[in-house]
Structures are given as structure tokens and as C-alpha cells.
Design a binder for this molecule. Sequence first.
Ligand SMILES: C[S@@+](CC[C@H](N)C(=O)[O-])C[C@H]1O[C@@H](n2cnc3c(N)ncnc32)[C@H](O)[C@@H]1O
Length: 275
Amino acid sequence: MRVPSIVVRLAAVDESAWKLFDRVAGDYDQVAPFFAEYGRAIMDVLDPPAGCRVLDLGAGRGALTAPALARGCAVTAVDAAPAMVERLSADHPAATAYVMDAEDLDLPADSFDLVVSSFVIHVLDRPAAGVAEAYRVLAPGGRFAFTGGSARTSHRGGGKPDAPAFPLGPRLDALFGEFAVHLPPNGSMGTPVDAAELLEEAGFEDLREESAQVAIEFRDHETLWRWAMSHGYRAFIEDLPDEHRAEFHRRVLALPAEDRVLHRATGIWSGRKPG
Ligand SMILES: C[S@@+](CC[C@H](N)C(=O)[O-])C[C@H]1O[C@@H](n2cnc3c(N)ncnc32)[C@H](O)[C@@H]1O
């Protein structure tokens, strides 16, 4: 089952998504290196050459910044959450890092060869504004690539790579789906972004859809719970009424003990700025 409620829109009620990420920055990707693994896989697909001017849009703690730096790219990383940027700067001093709104970048036009954004566009208040800004700051011929929350895709949110031998993803998704009915109106539910439409409307051409996969092993389901609370899933969990949150926690801990490897896949959608 797909998990539109959590994959698509992470913003808690009345809260821009970055505020939640600012709160969880200390634990983000520290319980399990889920986003770091994705970042490596995404950069392997995009394969930017040394010297490439890369903008990591909504960089978090540097899941994409780290592999881009390792490839010899010149990386600028921006995020709206000051606590994320503080940690990214400390861990990756070679990157130029700014606290900045992806929807309103204080960066010059035509100044990057690659803009890349993992699991950010769909949590923006105005996804189209973020994609338009990516277009503006790209040099002609440059490419914008992003992951997360697309309706038009062959890699729908989660679960696709999970063979029956690896049922944790589908089981977790089913649990989120079951509890989504308890969310308040305008809670963590939202409208999926349409990757192809967003890219086309911003003016991108030569659209591509590629994919990346990760497999993350959790020591136990308490660790899985701590991981869920350390990133965007937390918005869903916090939006549940108290009694349902407690039950949700209990159900996560009650998942089959041998079921500890989470397999996920994401589409990587990209387009080229003409020129
Ligand atoms: C799911 S995290 C992904 C972070 C990172 N790209 C990664 O793969 O680990 C989403 C990130 O988007 C950032 N974000 C949310 N809204 C933003 C905005 N308007 N401008 C810039 N960053 C934003 C959050 O602060 C958070 O760090």
C-alpha cells in the first residue's frame, strides 16, 4: 500500500514543515542512516563530475552534500531550518551552507550546474515556487533533480521494492494507512505533487525518471520507533490524538520481531534548463 499521508505532506497542522525538522535536527538521520544511504544512491544515479557546481536544496544534515563533496563537487547547501544548517556546517565545512527558504533563494541566477533536492519539494508550502527557484539559479543546460511525493510515477512512495521476504515496508505503510483516518482535518494529509507537471510548468525539458533504493536494518522495533520520531513521520504521529498515538506506538513495537529490514525505493525526477 502507498502511504500518501506521510510521504506526500509532512507539515503538521499549522506548521511549515521546516519547523518540525528544526526540532528534530539533533536526531535526524542519527538513529538510522536512512537519508544518508538515499543520498549516496541518488548521487550515484546523477553522477556529477568533479568541479560541478551543486546546490543541495533543503539539505537537512547533508545527505546529498556529503556524497557530492566526496565527488569533488563545489557544494552550496541551503535549508530553512537553522538547526539543520548548523549541524551540516559542522559536519561538512567544505560546503557553503545557508539558512534559506527554498521558495525564495537569495542566490544569483544561472549559477549552478546541478540543483538536487531529496525529499523536500513535496513538503514545501508552495512546491511550484521551489521548482521555479531551482530553474532560476540553474545555468542554461543545468539539471534539476528531486525525489519525494509524486503522483505521476512508476515508483510510488514506498513499498515497491519490498519482496514478500522483506515485508517491513508494506506492514509499516499499512499501519500508517490504518491510522490516517484518526488525523484531524488538514492534518498531515495533503495533495501529492505531480513531478512531471511541476518540471514542465517551470520550463524544464528533457524530463527523466530514474530511481534509487535503500535497505536499512533496525536493531529492534523500539529503534524503528525512535527513527520514525526523528524525521517527517513525526508530523503524522504528533497529529494523531493521544489515545491513537499510544496505540500506534504499541502496534509498531508489536511488528514481527524478525522483520527488521526496511526496503524503500524512490523515483528521481529531473529536467534540464534549456540553453
Ligand atoms: C525530509 S528532510 C530532507 C533533508 C535532506 N534533503 C535529506 O535527504 O536528508 C526535508 C528538509 O526540507 C527542509 N525544508 C522544509 N521546508 C523548507 C523550505 N521552505 N526551504 C528550505 N528547506 C526546507 C527541512 O528543514 C528539512 O531539512
